[in-house]
Design a protein around this ligand. Structure first.
Ligand SMILES: Nc1ncnc2c1ncn2[C@@H]1O[C@H](COP(=O)(O)OP(=O)(O)OP(=O)(O)O)[C@@H](O)[C@H]1O
Length: 304
C-alpha cells in the first residue's frame, strides 16, 4: 500500500507540554483518514509537522516518502488550516482565480467551483458569505492546485449540521477522484461516518488506529449482563471477558468477543435475563482517552 503521509516516532515539546510523544502513524493513499482526539490531544501539532510547518524535535515526518516541505512546494498537498484568513472585498471567482494562478497545473476554475458547490456563489463577495460557504471557499483554495492529498484541521468546527453536510459532500467529490484526505475532528460521529480509517490521538500518542468498526469492536468492549446464582468468579474467565462487576445476582461483563462470551454462558446454562449491549464509538473514544484505560493500540494492532 502506498503511503501519502507518515510520522515516525516524532516528538514535539512546547515548554513542559509534550504535544507529540512518540507519535507514529501513516496515511495510505486514496483513503479518507480521521485524526480523532479531545482538545489539546496533539492533532494540530501532528498536522503541522506533516505539512512541514513545525519541525519535530525528534523523529521523522514525511509526505510521499520525502521531505514535507518539498511535497508542499511541488503542490502535491493542499491544506485547510483551522482558521484561514480570506481576503475581503473580492468575489469568490476573483479569489479562486488568484489562488489558482499560484499553481503550475491548477484545476480549471469551473471544476473547483463545482467541487466546492460554489458555482452559484462565484460572483458573491467573500465577506458576504455564511460560515459554511466561507468554509467551502477555504476548501476550494485547498484543492485549487489539484493536490494528491488535502489536510484539513477541524474543517467542520463551528458549522451547523447542514453546512457540515454540504462541506462533506464537496470533500467526497474530491475523494472520489482517488485523492487522499486527512482531517482532524472531535466529532466522533463524523469520524465514524466519513473516514475509512480513524486514528485516535490522546496526549500526543496514538491511542488506537483502525476502522471505526474495529475500534468499536475491539476497544470498547460490549457489555453482557446476566443473572447468576451462587459463586460468580468463573464468569471473569469466560472467553472475551476483560472485566466484570457483580451487583447482587446480576453480573455485568465487559467482553471484546461478545459472541464467544454468550456461547460460553449458554454452554454453562447461565442465560437468565441475558442482555447484550454493543459499544458505540462514543464509548470507545471515552475508554481510549481516559488515563486509566488500557491501551487500545496494542489490541487493535494484534487484531488488524
Ligand atoms: N505553539 C504552542 N505553544 C505552546 N503550547 C502549544 C503550542 N501548540 C500546541 N501547544 C500545546 O500542545 C498540546 C497539543 O496541542 P494541539 O493544538 O496539537 O492539540 P489539538 O488536538 O489540535 O487540540 P484542539 O482540538 O484544541 O485544536 C496542547 O496542550 C497545546 O496547549
Amino acid at each position: 500500500m502506498e503511503i501519502a503521509a507518515s510520522l515516525a516516532n516524532v516528538t514535539k515539546t512546547f515548554g513542559s507540554t509534550r504535544a507529540a510523544d512518540g507519535l507514529t502513524l501513516s496515511i495510505p493513499r486514496g483513503r479518507t483518514v480521521a485524526l480523532l482526539g479531545p482538545n489539546g490531544a496533539g492533532k494540530s501539532t501532528a498536522i503541522g509537522m506533516l505539512l512541514g510547518l513545525l519541525p519535530p524535535d525528534s523523529g521523522t515526518a514525511s509526505l510521499f516518502g520525502g521531505d514535507p516541505e518539498r511535497a508542499v512546494r511541488q503542490g502535491r498537498v493542499g491544506a485547510m488550516p483551522q482558521e484561514g484568513g480570506i481576503i475581503a472585498r473580492v468575489t469568490v471567482r476573483e479569489l479562486l482565480t488568484f489562488v489558482s494562478g499560484t499553481y503550475r497545473e491548477p484545476l480549471p476554475l469551473n471544476r473547483i467551483l463545482a467541487l466546492a458547490q460554489l458555482t452559484a456563489l462565484a460572483d458573491r463577495r467573500v465577506d458576504r458569505l455564511s460560515g459554511g460557504q466561507a468554509q467551502r471557499v477555504r476548501f476550494a483554495m485547498a484543492i485549487a492546485g489539484d493536490p494528491e492529498l488535502i489536510v484539513l484541521d477541524e474543517p467542520t468546527a463551528a458549522l451547523d449540521v447542514e453546512a457540515r453536510r454540504e462541506l462533506w459532500a464537496s470533500m467526497r467529490g474530491f475523494a472520489d477522484r482517488g485523492r487522499t484526505i486527512l482531517f482532524s475532528t472531535h466529532y466522533l460521529d463524523e469520524a465514524d461516518e466519513q473516514a475509512d480509517r480513524v486514528i485516535v490521538i490522546n496526549r500526543g500518542r496514538v491511542a488506537a488506529d483502525g476502522t471505526s468498526a474495529e475500534i468499536k469492536r475491539v476497544v470498547a468492549a460490549t457489555t453482557v449482563r446476566v443473572t447468576v446464582s451462587g459463586e460468580a468468579a468463573w464468569l471473569g474467565r469466560l472467553p472475551g471477558v476483560t472485566g466484570m462487576e457483580i451487583n447482587g445476582d446480576r453480573a455485568t461483563l465487559r467482553s471484546t468477543d461478545a459472541d464467544a462470551t454468550v456461547i460460553a454462558l449458554a454452554q454453562a446454562g447461565a442465560v437468565r435475563d441475558i442482555e447484550v449491549t454493543p459499544a458505540d464509538l462514543e464509548d470507545a473514544f471515552v475508554a481510549l482517552t481516559t488515563a486509566a484505560a488500557p491501551s487500545g493500540a496494542a489490541l487493535l494492532k494484534e487484531n488488524a
